[in-house]
Ligand binder design. Structure first.
Ligand code: DGY
Length: 331
């Protein structure tokens, strides 16, 4: 009997081709250009041996039970895996894969740096200003920003993406690097003069704080009222990790009260909703010192193709008892 694979959304063709090339796989895809309705998902995954999921699908006990006992692997088309109930997967003997790869690390680091530059040099504001026909004459104080060169960048989480960001910032822009991580990275400390410090020190000393931690119970609201108060008034917060790592209401308040200089966000606490509490008088989208983008840090052709390859390899590896490139270690 063929092994049933379900792909919950259209992903780059390279990954689909790899799976379809396996003669003993029967591959199905939800091809409509919309998020798969939950009811349809639960029906489609019935009897599956492998599911290739995207980060907006909740892979919880209900989904795992709907798939049934054949299910051996959930391969997430993402580096993050906070949409998957790891404990439930472990209890059921289901492997969980994610898709970290160099292409994604480079793409996210590039995008993070683009946000950093855009915010510090007010590029989005300036574009809007110019389009609105407000540029009438050169002015010495028009759209003054701040240098990035030689400033201090605080990297919260020196994993693959944090490291790719560190390389760009230290080598390309002469930035001083502070970082937090569970592990000390002596190689990076030597090569980039990076310094591991407690989070409070990083927040107090950095001109730019960039978040690169996964969303875990321990990182939810890692940046809240207290942490924002520790930041310099002139500092910027950049989040290309996961929205709930930041207490968004606290950030909004800090921005309205000019407790920090600005922020650049690619992810949101109630994603895809921006400003989850519309009764709140504070709104992200109204702030000119904030750049908001729609969770696109890894959206390059190179990165998304690589993610599709890794996700497919994870499924092939687990179902054929071969090496899978990126299985999540479940404690
Ligand atoms: C990830 O990979 O986790 C990103 O957030 C989406 O590409």
């Amino acid at each position: 009997m063929k092994k049933k694979i379900f792909i919950t959304r259209n992903i780059p063709a390279v990954g689909v081709k790899m799976l379809k090339a396996q003669k003993d796989f029967d591959v199905h895809i939800y091809r409509r250009d919309e998020k798969i309705p939950r009811k349809t998902l639960l029906q489609k995954i019935k009897g599956c041996h492998g599911i290739l999921s995207i980060l907006t699908e909740k892979m919880d006990t209900q989904a795992m039970d709907a798939a049934g006992p054949n299910l051996k692997i959930i391969a997430n088309y993402a580096v993050g895996f906070d949409n998957i109930d790891l404990k439930a997967a472990k209890e059921r003997g289901i492997a969980v894969g994610n898709a970290p790869c160099d292409e994604v690390s480079e793409a996210v680091a590039e995008f993070t740096f683009a946000l950093l530059l855009a915010r510090s040099r007010r590029i989005v504001e300036s574009d809007k200003y110019t389009r609105l026909g407000k540029y009438e004459e050169w002015h010495p104080l028009l759209m003054l920003g701040r240098d990035v060169y030689a400033k201090t960048l605080g990297i919260v989480g020196l994993g693959r993406i944090g490291q790719a960001l560190c390389q760009r910032a230290a080598k390309g822009f002469g930035m001083k690097i502070l970082y937090t991580d569970m592990r000390q990275n002596k190689e990076f400390e030597k090569e980039y003069k990076a310094k591991k410090v407690p989070l409070a020190t990083l927040l107090k000393k950095s001109d730019y704080v960039s978040l690169h931690v996964p969303l875990l119970p321990s990182t939810r609201h890692l940046i809240g009222v207290k942490q924002l108060k520790m930041m310099k008034k002139t500092a910027y917060l950049i989040n290309t990790a996961r929205g709930p790592v930041v207490h968004e209401k606290a950030l909004l308040k800090a921005l309205y009260k000019n407790e920090i200089a600005g922020a650049a966000l690619d992810v949101y606490e109630c994603e895809p909703t921006i400003d989850c509490d519309l009764t709140d008088r504070y709104e992200l989208r109204k702030l000119s010192n904030v750049i908001i983008t729609p969770h696109i840090a890894s959206a390059t052709i190179e990165a998304r193709d690589a993610m599709a390859r890794v996700a497919a390899e994870n499924i092939i590896g687990v179902l054929k008892n071969r090496k899978a490139p990126a299985l999540v270690k479940i404690k």
